[in-house]
Design a protein around this ligand. Sequence first.
Ligand code: G3P
Length: 218
Amino acid sequence: MKIFLDTANLQSIRMYNDMGLLDGITTNPSLLAKEGGDPQKAMEEITRIIKGDVSLEVVATDYEGMMDEGHRLKKYGQNVVIKVPITADGLKACKSLTQEGIPVNVTLVFSPNQAVLAAKAGAKYVSPFIGRLDDIGQDGMGLIEEIKQIFANYNFKTQILVASVRHPMHVVQAAKIGADVVTLPPDVLGKMLKHPLTDIGLKNFLADWEKLKQSNHS
Ligand code: G3P
């Protein structure tokens, strides 16, 4: 399973990339707005830091606008994937960009049917938003299971990119289902690293070592 970071925060991106954990990045207009500053500079910098795929999202809603924006965003880096919403114009742009050799991530997916359409339009990634489904009392992870089964039935090449992840158990569940990618907010990735028994174990190792040193000096 590939791990992407779902953020435009350069400090987090550098930190987790330095640990060798990141296969890619996903951004969206809300994540860029959260960081403030010049979004173009931020997007260009992310494509320089990260070797893997970096999803940059269009804000145009019409086909021509999405195509123009897609071409402009693609110039920010070789590894750029254009993110388009699952709308009629978004799917048309997905097909055209894919035919030009520009990979596409179809976002804001909330149903198996939407995922099928994204795959048919040639998307490299489909992004189901599981947390937002959980938020309204629907089964986000169930959607991942359904898409996984459907894509396997027809050998669709589109990768399932689990988005809107809220906590580490979402990651475990996505991995058990066999999702291709999870994109994680930095705090969720941080929580995956931590375990209280690790902290206690390390504290005890260091205390015992200190005792041993003291006994050698006395
Ligand atoms: O990449 C976008 C997606 O992960 C959004 O997550 O937390 O805004 O539902 P969230």
